[in-house]
Structure formats: C-alpha cells, structure tokens
Design a protein around this ligand. Structure first.
Ligand code: NAP
Length: 508
C-alpha cells in the first residue's frame, strides 16, 4: 500500500488574503430579500473551514410561496415575449458570465473545493448552455404535417408550461442550474430554484447575472435553505407545474413519489456507477490519462465519475502498475492553487462516506487496497476534508465497492477475460449514466455502443466530458427517462399543442 506521504499541503493563498465573505439574500420578484423567518446560515470552504465564503438566508415555505407568486405573475408577461427576444436576453446573461468567469469560478472553488481549472470548466458549461439556449430562441421547432381534408392545415407547436421548480446538487454548482434554467427560460417559463445548501453562492452569483442582464422581475427566483423545507415546499406548491431535480437516488425517488401523487411532471437525474473498460489492444497511455481524470477529477464527486475500471486480464498488471505510479503523484490540496490536481471532499459527511466505503472494501469485500485509503492530516490539511486518491484491485462483480455509488476518489479495478465479460460487468449495476471503452478495434467499439446500457458512451475517452448540445442523462436507476441539455430538454419545458386550421369555409 502506498500511503501517499508525498502530499505536503500546498496552500496558497495565505490566510488573510481571502476575500471578505459575501452576504447574499434570496432573489424574489426582482428584489434581494431576507427569509421571512430571518434566519441565516454560513457557507464555508471545505479546503479551509476558517474561510467563510458567504452567508445565506435559511428560508422556509413562506419564502417559497413568495417566490412562486412572483414567478406566476411574471409568467403572464414572459410567455408573450417573442422567443428570439428571450434568446437575446439570455445572450446578455452569457456575456456577463463571460466577463465574470474568473471571479465566479474562484468563489465556486472556495465553496465546494474542486480545482480552479474545473470550476472554470463549470462556468464555461453555463456559458455554452446559455449560448445554445439563446439559439433555440430562433428554433423551438414545432412540426407541420399534411392533414386528411382539403383546405385545412395541421401543425404542432410548443407552449411554455408556467412556473418550473428546480432543485440542484452541489457538485456542479453553476452548470447544473444553468442546464435547467436557460432552456426553461427560452421556452417562456419562469423559474424558482433551490440550490444545494452546500453551494448557494454560485447560484446567487447566477441571479446577479440575470439581474444585470435585465430579466423582468419574477422571471427568475432563488430561495436558499434546506431540502426538507424549501425543496419540499417547491415540490408541493400547487402553482409549480414541473419539478426538475438532480441529486441522489434516495431523494430523487422520494420526490418522484410526491410528484406522482400530485400529477406533476418530474425530471430526475440521479446517481451513477460508471465504468471505463480497457481492452488488451487499447492505447494504454491514453486510457491511463482518461481514468486518472475520470476517477479523481472533482475528487470523484461527479455523477459521471469513473468509479469502476474494467481491465482485460492481458494488460491488467501492467496497467495497474502504471496507474498507481501516476495516481500517487496527484497533488491534493486547496483547489485555488493552480498546481493542485485534486481538492477536498465537499463536506465532512462526504469524507465520512468515502472512508466508510474504504472500510467496506477492506473488511467486507476484502479487496486489495493498492493506493491511498486514508484521510490526509497535518498542517493545513487539518482545516479541510482531504482524502488520498484511493485504488482497490481484486474487486469482484457484485461486491459493494463495485455496486454502490461512493461519490469520492475511490476507484475499483475489476479484471475480466474477454470483451463479452467486460460488457456483462459494465451492465450489471442498478445505474446507467456514463460509460467508456478504450480499444483500437472498430468492431468492438461499435459492439460496445450497441450493448452498453447507459445514457452516454465514450469511445477512447473518459466517462466525463459531456457537451451541452447532446442529450445528457441515464438509463435504469440513473433517471426517469428525461434528458437534460440539447434539444431533448425542450420536451420537459414545453407542452405540445396540436393545431388544426380550417380554411375551407365549411364543416368537413
Ligand atoms: P441530494 O442530497 O439528493 O441533494 C440534491 C438536492 O435535493 C439538494 O438541493 C438538497 O438540498 C435537495 N433535497 C434534499 N432533501 C430534499 C427533500 N426532502 N425535498 C426536496 N429537496 C431535497 O444530492 P447531493 O448530495 O446534493 O448530490 C450528489 C448526488 O447527485 C449524487 O448521487 C450524484 O450522482 C447526483 N448527481 C447526478 C447528476 C446527473 O446528472 N445524473 C449530476 C450531478 C449529481 P440540501 O442541499 O439542502 O440537502
């Protein structure tokens, strides 16, 4: 076991150099307002808990009522704004995001820990999503079709649905909210969003962007606070017509039941247990870069993270050796340091989950720990939630390490003897979000595209790296059939209306 002793905490910026905390309010009806109950909570840096990033209202159902009322009122005007004009306003927001990219990304690193290169990527994804949605303002295609009668016209058009509720997780604090809000807005809907309690500042910054862009009051609204209070109130509010959720399976399934009982359309993007397959003919250095980034990027806290590595037996030992050599060199520390590769776990709870699964791997699954496995302590590490990049080999299909979502930098390596076995292992989970195969064999690549049960398959690329103009989502336990991003998300934020126009002047 390599204990990753080489991690000496690199910790610029120095204490005292941190910006002053920002004190945000809720954004309701175009105004910044305190929660009705007057309570607030602190948002601290998981890399350095002495760094107070921001404070936020701890809201309740009364604040949700106010936000939904504002959104309902604003809908009557917003739905009639021509879609190309809505697109232009979104483009203004995109320009402001571009101008504020560095500052927003820095605050994001401070509030959730992932390294600055990745939070820049998160902000960039919001920029890309906005640009794509703005273009939809000039499309939002419906359909025309011939009809059975003469002098009669038939078409189907998209109509907005009204107030949309959005509940988002902490791992993509800006990208995921943007995936929901920009498409909803271009379709003519109004929004009430509840960000994750751990990452409210990024969404508060997003509200500032909408405000500066000149969105009419009430079109976008943000209420911060707990899931079981604010989130629940959004789901149950009779004037919220749709709920879009990204988060854990546990909460997703709970909300699916609630929305089902209320007859409310519900879009769920949930967990993953994504695998990268490496065949014996693969370009191994390329596959190595892929798994390092896929497994340890964002400290393994991506829904698309590579949590399982399925290796052909012919290259297994050599690949594991290369992998451990590279992974032990990953620099763990404060994500604001440009030379750091991996930040902390997002919270103490998530760190405990990671350590719990490492115990499960050792004691219950009896897999072989070949790298890491411990919390990083000493010096500045003591102020944050740092953990070593961790690799288990000898993991067998069906073990808990292999089946359950950990959401941390813990990679399980599974040895297989053939392509068919690799596909069987890949598919044998409750989830189906992302997947990847490295092979130089074009026939195997296409067989993998055909046979892998997942919403996303990468050939010779890691399990991460989605683009906003291709559908995003998963099969099986990962979701409920909806897709975010691309043209597919428009089906969630619009209702189809079929229109028949009679111009024969008679009853046909
Ligand atoms: P989570 O605990 O399910 O929380 C997600 C959101 O739901 C948060 O805003 C949370 O609020 C809220 N919430 C909690 N309880 C609620 C309730 N009873 N009613 C309404 N809302 C409630 O998930 P997370 O820990 O933030 O995120 C990690 C999970 O998200 C992982 O499982 C990951 O796979 C998944 N994820 C999936 C995708 C995808 O696209 N498939 C993308 C990213 C993440 P609080 O923050 O206040 O608890």
């Amino acid at each position: 076991i390599i204990t990753a002793k080489q991690h000496s905490p690199p910790f610029p910026p120095k204490r005292g150099a941190m910006p002053e905390p920002k004190h945000f309010k809720n954004y309701i009806g175009g105004a910044w307002v305190e929660a009705a109950g007057g309570e607030r909570y602190e948002n601290r840096n998981p890399a350095d808990t002495e760094d107070l990033v921001s404070t936020h209202p701890s809201s309740d159902a009364r604040d949700v009522d106010a936000a939904v009322a504002a959104a309902k009122e604003a809908f009557e005007g917003w739905r009639l704004v021509p879609a190309p004009e809505r697109g232009l306003l979104i483009m203004k927001a995109v320009e402001i995001l571009k101008a504020r990219k560095e500052e927003i990304s820095q605050m994001m690193t401070r509030e959730m820990g992932k390294v600055i290169a990745e939070t820049r990527g998160d902000t960039q994804e919001a920029i890309d999503c906005g640009a794509y949605a703005a273009g939809e303002g000039r499309r939002l295609f419906g359909r025309h079709t011939p009809v059975e009668m003469r002098n009669k016209f038939g078409m189907a058009i998209r109509q907005p649905v009204g107030v949309c509720g959005m509940i988002t997780p902490w791992n993509f604090p800006l990208a995921i909210p943007s995936w929901k809000m920009f498409p909803a807005l271009v379709c003519g809907n109004t929004c009430v969003i509840k960000p994750a309690t751990l990452t409210p500042a990024s969404v508060a910054n997003f509200m500032e962007v909408f405000e500066e862009a000149g969105f009419p009051p009430g079109v976008v609204n943000m209420v911060t606070g707990g899931g079981s209070t604010v989130g629940r109130a959004i789901v149950e509010h009779p004037d919220v017509n749709r709920v879009s959720f990204t988060g854990s399976v546990e909460i997703g399934n709970l909300l699916a039941g609630q929305c089902g009982a209320l007859g409310k359309p519900f879009s769920a993007e949930l967990g993953g247990k994504n695998a990268q397959i490496v065949m014996d003919d693969a370009n191994l250095p390329l596959a190595l870069d892929g798994v390092l980034w896929g497994a340890f990027g964002t400290t393994g806290q991506r829904c698309t993270a590579t949590s399982r590595l399925i290796l052909h037996e012919k290259i297994h030992d050599a690949f594991v050796e290369m992998l451990v050599e590279r992974a032990k060199k990953l620099k763990v520390g404060n994500g604001l340091d440009e030379t750091v590769d991996m930040g902390p776990a997002v919270s103490e709870d998530q760190l405990k989950t990671d350590l719990y699964y490492i115990e499960v791997g050792l004691k219950e699954d009896k897999a072989e720990l070949v790298l890491g496995g411990k919390r990083l302590t000493g010096g500045a590490y003591d102020n944050g939630f740092f953990i070593e990049p961790t690799i288990f080999t000898g993991v067998k299909p069906g073990m808990r390490l292999e089946q359950e979502e950990i959401f941390g930098p813990v990679l399980s390596v599974i040895k297989v003897g053939s392509f068919e076995e690799a596909i069987r292992v890949q598919n044998d989970t409750a989830f189906g979000l992302s997947s990847s195969i490295y092979t130089e064999n074009v026939n195997l690549a296409f067989k993998a595209i055909q046979d892998i049960e997942a919403g996303i398959t990468y050939i010779n690329g890691p399990t991460i790296g989605a683009e906003v103009h291709l559908p995003f989502g998963g099969v099986k336990g990962t979701g409920n059939g909806h897709r975010e991003a691309a043209w597919t998300v428009l089906d969630f934020y619009t209702e189809w209306k079929s229109v028949y126009v009679e111009f024969s002047g008679k009853l046909q």
